[in-house]
Design a protein. Structure first.
Lengths: 189, 312
């Protein structure tokens, strides 16, 4: 009897499914991009995307309306990513095909030297500073949206972004000059 | 460093191009995942009015200056664009072109010619671990009539070819070249070589003079830097001029190099060029009807080809 009650309670209504289909379609690229930027491999990115949307589906009642939905999804993805990094993740139960196809399509190579210094400076920051800079620069979020992701006030987000830029500047300018590259001359035709 | 510069640096270091992400061939996987998710139970029904289906999510506040790490898709996109003629110079903001630009920015040496007027005109990765960048300057305008019909108008062009340094011994030197100088380039000292005078503009020098073409020679510079074998080819009146050109070669940051890429890119190396599908220019290639002025602007190799074909 208990099982039947649970099934009745969890059966999605048509309106919810329509809402979720739209949420999924409109935020797929953004969440996939977020995952690809931060995950260690395409397989992890696939897991992160799947778990994020699964949480949205399961907790449909908690997802805010309209534009705030994307920030909410980023926030979920961010927490899931932290779980992934702690090793507490659920591997690939939903996403066998997505993992395979992402792994085939994505080439996780090191960035070219031009960006190495930027990435190195970012890596030197605390996770809190790095994330707020990436949300602004890569996810193109305004401070008010960043506040939604990090669950802090807009004023706090603006302040955190300001501090993070200052620290990035210090880290970037404090980097050693690029190591000398190999030099030489060659006879060839 | 100002706030805008910091934002620009971080934005340019974005490892993902959302346009390229949108082009990933994940349709089936995406649909399967959706179906797997909605088959799962929910914790509770969605509140009525909690979501407004008519409320679109926020859009990015500005367009991206991306760099991508999506090699396979980029390669497919470039191939698709090649086949469908997207590289006809009219689709500079297309996804395929954006992907190609990002791919190039990732693999190419970030070198620019900063002598006045010189601009990057084209760039390509011609194979695994090799490619080229073409620079041009509108410093040379020659009007002549080949066979009484063909007008020539051209630019000076410098072509930088690069390839990952091979562990194998370098090939023998081209017997038509001789080393005439050395010159400082970013990261190394280059050997400067000159071709014989008969190589002027791909024409016999006598014929070149008859046409009023400047008495230029072909030069090349070769050097190694950061595991790459680099070579710059151009023409110049003399070795000193070519060395001066080499001196304007600068290594720049990735975002700067990316910004220098032309908004419109053409494919070089005997493949279709801007606005002229291959079949069309082949058919049109009869000195008379062809608009050589247009063609000469596109590819110096074609100019030389035309001159040969029309005057031999």
């Amino acid at each position: 009897v208990a099982l039947q009650v649970a099934e009745v309670r969890s059966a999605p209504d048509e309106e919810t499914e329509v809402w979720f289909a739209r949420l999924y379609a409109e935020n797929w690229d953004a969440i996939l991009s977020y995952a690809l930027r931060r995950a260690r491999c395409p397989e992890d990115a696939a897991d992160l995307v799947a778990e994020t949307f699964l949480v949205a589906w399961r907790r449909a009642a908690d997802v805010p309306a309209g534009p705030k939905a994307r920030a909410w999804l980023y926030g979920v993805a961010r927490r899931l990513l932290a779980n992934q990094r702690r090793g507490a993740r659920r591997r690939g139960r939903l996403v066998g095909r997505l993992r395979e196809e992402l792994a085939a399509a994505i080439d996780y190579e090191a960035p070219p030297s031009g960006e190495t210094a930027v990435m190195e400076a970012l890596a030197r920051l605390k996770e809190e500073d790095r994330e707020v800079l990436m949300l602004a620069g890569w996810e193109q979020l305004e401070p008010a949206e960043i506040a939604g992701v990090l669950e802090i006030s807009a004023v706090a987000a603006r302040s955190r972004l300001h501090r993070a830029r200052r620290r990035f500047r210090a880290a970037f300018e404090g980097l050693e000059p690029a190591t000398a590259r190999s030099k030489g001359e060659e006879e060839e035709g | 460093m100002r706030r805008e510069e910091i934002e620009g640096l971080i934005e340019a270091a974005d490892p993902v191009d959302r346009d390229a992400v949108a082009g990933l061939p994940l349709g089936e996987a995406k649909r399967e995942l959706y179906e797997a998710i909605v088959a799962r139970p929910q914790e509770g029904p969605r509140r009525v009015g909690a979501a407004s289906p008519g409320s679109p999510p926020a859009l990015p506040r500005r367009s991206r200056l991306p760099r991508l790490a999506i090699a396979a898709v980029a390669a497919l996109a470039v191939l698709g664009a090649f086949i469908s003629g997207l590289f006809d110079g009219s689709s500079g903001s297309g996804t395929a072109l954006a992907a190609a630009r990002q791919r190039l920015a990732r693999v190419s040496p970030h070198l620019l010619l900063e002598a006045p007027g010189w601009e990057m005109q084209a760039a390509e990765q011609s194979g695994a671990g090799e490619g080229r960048i073409e620079f041009a300057v509108d410093d040379l305008e020659q009007h002549g009539f080949l066979g009484g019909r063909l007008q020539i108008e051209t630019q000076s062009v410098a072509r930088l070819t690069w390839r990952v340094q091979s562990p194998q011994a370098p090939r023998g030197r081209d017997g038509r070249q001789r080393t005439v100088a050395t010159a400082q380039v970013p990261g190394a000292r280059a050997l400067v070589r000159a071709f014989g005078r008969e190589e002027i503009s791909g024409l016999p020098s006598r014929r070149a003079r008859e046409l009023g073409l400047p008495a230029e020679r072909s030069f090349s510079a070769v050097w190694l830097d950061a595991g790459l074998h680099l070579r710059l080819d151009s023409t110049a009146p003399n070795a000193e001029s070519f060395v001066r050109l080499l001196g304007s070669l600068r290594k720049v940051q990735g975002p700067t190099w990316l910004r220098a890429l032309p908004r419109r890119m053409k494919l070089i190396g005997g493949r279709p060029i801007a606005g002229i599908p291959l079949a069309e220019w082949q058919i049109a290639f009869h000195c008379g009807p062809l608009s050589a002025a247009l063609t000469a602007r596109e590819d110096p190799a074609l100019v030389a080809y035309f001159r040969h074909q029309c005057h031999q």
